[in-house]
Design a binder for this molecule. Structure first.
Ligand code: ASP
Length: 311
């Protein structure tokens, strides 16, 4: 990871200077066309930020090397972002990121950065910079948001600032591609956590899923998010329940959420889900699958009270 650009603008007498860190991870916003499709281009984002420099804002850009399509984001990238934010003593942070896994990174930063004292603003785009699309406006929106948003983790996208804890990417092409279904987490004591190398998956319950397949998948995991039907039901096939029970008996964490985007689970509403709560599957309530995954990830990374490797 290299520091690519440092823009320190003149200060006008009496003006309040913003000191913004911009962590550029990659994503469409900074991509160009290659023979195999869009891919990150080094320097593109830095040039755009330079052209928006203002007299009362200093922007330090730290770019990942290599830049990534957000399909390649891992917990190690989240740890690097957390470490950079922890070390930053300025007034705000922007994280430029691909839209495909923005909801995972939004949940990761929202939960890992408890007690954050400054705004952290995620930003991306559906079209690259310099193509007449949404990138320039989203970047300017994010720069402005670092001045006026309260402390917390946000997404600046399509003219709106959304809380990033429960984002849903609901469209693959439209500029207005996101909505937020969870609020900013409540303020708490400052505690910045890192992610360890735990084995997790998000699993969707569907008609036809066999107990054998479910057991085989769970056998390789430390925890799983189960996407249940509606208010919290699964098929009555006894082998499915046995697979869940077997996994829990060896310490695998199972956290349930709904396949519906909003409304959350209602344990006890239907007999078809009753056994889940009897065996102790965790109720993720209205969490998005991403938020539930991150909750398990952080809990399991710190289960013995220790801190995982600090990157
Ligand atoms: N595949 C891209 C990414 O997630 C999509 C985007 O940025 O919009 O990096």
């Amino acid at each position: 990871m290299n520091v690519k650009t440092e823009l320190t603008a003149r200060l006008d007498a009496g003006s309040r200077r913003s000191d913004v860190l911009l962590v550029h991870t990659g994503g469409t916003i900074g991509m160009g066309m290659t023979p195999s499709g869009l891919a990150p281009v080094a320097g593109l984002l830095e040039r755009a930020v330079e052209s928006y420099g203002s007299a009362d804002m200093a922007v330090t850009v730290v770019s990942f090397d290599p830049l990534v399509d957000s399909a390649d984001i891992t917990h190690e990238h989240w740890n690097r972002i957390v470490a950079l934010i922890e070390a930053w003593d300025g007034t705000g942070v922007i994280v430029t990121h691909g839209t495909d896994t923005m909801s995972f990174t939004g949940a990761a930063l929202s939960q890992a950065l408890s007690g954050l004292a400054i705004p952290v603003v995620l930003c991306g785009a559906m079209q690259p910079l310099g193509t007449g699309g949404d990138a320039e406006d989203n970047l300017k929106l994010a720069l402005g948001a670092t001045r006026h948003q309260p402390a917390g983790v946000w997404l600046a996208f399509a003219g709106r600032i959304l809380p990033a804890a429960g984002l849903v990417k609901h469209h693959t092409h439209r500029a207005d591609a996101f909505r937020a279904v969870l609020p900013v987490p409540q303020a708490s004591e400052r505690r910045f956590r890192r992610f360890g190398p735990v084995r997790l998956a998000v699993m969707t319950i569907a008609p036809g899923l066999s107990g054998e397949v479910l057991a085989a998948m769970l056998a390789a995991l430390d925890g799983a998010v189960l996407r249940l039907f509606g208010a919290g039901t699964i098929p009555g096939e006894p082998a499915l329940l046995a697979a869940l029970q077997g996994a829990m008996a060896r310490g695998c964490r199972l956290r349930a959420v709904s396949q519906c985007e909003q409304g959350g689970l209602s344990p006890g509403a239907y007999a078809a889900g009753a056994a889940l709560w009897q065996i102790g599957v965790e109720n993720g309530e209205a969490e998005t699958p991403e938020a539930a995954l991150i909750r398990l990830w952080l809990d399991l990374s710190h289960r013995d009270g220790s801190e995982p490797v600090r990157l």
